[in-house]
Design a protein around this ligand. Structure first.
Ligand code: NAI
Ligand code: MG
Length: 364
């Protein structure tokens, strides 16, 4: 009997809804073409719209509900009528924390047919092929801090970044393993330990401790985050795997997506490497209120995230299928008729999705 993967779908807000629907359609097409497995989706209506009605984003037993699934597929959360720190802390960050998804993996490369802003990359698209490994559980997004005298002229607010030995060690080890698994075996660690002299110094120290285990196997170097932005633009070919803190990687991965052509293309995986909890897959873009409801969102980031989900679920057995899905995605992006507006085309989300399903039927 075909294996059934149970997926919790959380479309969320704005274009999150459009691209999740598109990704589901494509995943069903992949399963049908492959024949060895199927997907069973359960959709959760957790969103900002519902929050305004119910005053909660997720029910108290959300962890138990989600743990019944093999993976989570997430769209985006956030809407102009809810402050962004409420929506992010109502759903995204608690999910990552309570499901022990301490790694966020963000691959970036220039997909076929993409127009990119840098001339040198347009001529040599293979010069950009990176995986950003983002610390996803602590650091600058640990949520510690507070506000005193908030409504007076004496307002004080603190935002405390937390760095733990366990948290740092496990992310560096994951990054070294990722670098080791890639052809170039090259890792760049991003830091700001010149100005931030406690947490970031520990971050660096533990990096070099872990690095000893990979001497002669993985080539590694260190970059201050500000200089890193320059290197990403000027010498993209000098980078391969990148490890950075929660905040730094958040920012650098948006830059990476822009260099690769569009924020609408970029995928991300929130992983619990122990596999005790379901991992979560989502495009890196947000709910895009400016284009929501128009049917024009680029679903490619959602499709690439779906391919990463297939890879993760297969745990080594579906790598070929995930690669075939990527090949199908690039056949679609190389055709000017099946590109959305952000990629210089005029196709709708639905047209791109239907075109990909046809490619999948041919390739997988
Ligand atoms: P955004 O990613 O939603 O949009 C930034 C710009 O990129 C907009 O002009 C948008 O139209 C465009 N864009 C994004 N995705 C696109 C796609 N797939 N196709 C075509 N164009 C696309 O970021 P923004 O505007 O900063 O945030 C909007 C809301 O989303 C906020 O409430 C924010 O908090 C939330 N957000 C949620 C995230 C998540 O759920 N993981 C991540 C980022 C933002
Ligand atoms: Mg971000």
């Amino acid at each position: 009997m075909a294996q059934t993967y149970k997926i919790a779908a959380i479309p969320g807000d704005g274009i999150g809804v459009d691209v999740t629907e598109a990704a589901e359609q494509v995943l069903h097409a992949v399963a049908k073409a492959h024949g060895g497995f199927q997907f069973q989706f359960t959709t959760f209506d957790w969103s900002s719209k519902k929050y305004l009605e119910r005053k909660w984003y997720m029910p108290d037993d959300y962890v138990q509900q989600l743990q019944k699934h093999d993976a989570i597929y997430f769209g985006a959360v956030g809407w102009p009528n809810v402050p962004d720190h409420i929506s992010l802390w109502g759903m995204m960050l608690p999910l990552r924390n309570s499901l022990n998804q301490y790694v966020n993996v963000r691959p970036t490369r220039v997909l076929k047919g993409t127009t990119v802003p840098l001339a040198q990359l347009q001529d040599n698209p293979k010069h950009l092929d990176w995986v950003i490994v983002r610390e996803n559980s602590e650091g600058e997004y640990a949520g510690q801090g507070g506000t005193t005298h908030g409504h007076s002229d004496y307002a004080i607010a603190t935002e405390v970044a937390i760095f733990t030995r366990v948290g740092i060690e496990r992310i560096h080890r994951f990054a070294f393993e990722m670098a080791k698994s890639r052809p170039r075996k090259k890792l760049t660690m991003v830091t700001k330990s010149n100005a931030q002299r406690h947490g970031m110094v520990l971050w660096d120290k533990i990096f070099y401790e872990v690095a000893k285990e990979y001497d002669g196997v993985v080539e590694y170097d260190k970059m201050l985050v500000d200089a890193m932005t320059v290197r990403m633009v000027n010498k993209p070919e000098s980078l391969d795997t990148i490890v950075a803190t929660n905040l730094h990687a958040d920012i650098l991965s948006d830059l990476a997506a822009a260099l690769a052509g569009s924020i609408g293309i970029a995928p991300s995986s929130n992983l619990d490497p122990t596999r005790k909890n379901p991992s979560m897959f989502e495009p890196i873009h947000g709910s895009a209120p400016d284009i929501a409801g128009q049917g024009i969102a680029n679903p490619v980031g959602a499709f690439w995230s779906a391919a990463e989900m297939v890879r993760w679920l297969g745990n080594g057995k579906l790598d070929h299928t995930a690669d075939q899905l990527m090949e199908a995605i690039e056949n679609v992006t190389s055709n000017p008729k099946t590109r959305t507006r952000d990629m210089g085309g005029s196709a709708s989300t639905k047209q791109v999705t239907d075109a990909l399903c046809q490619e999948v039927a041919k390739i997988v």
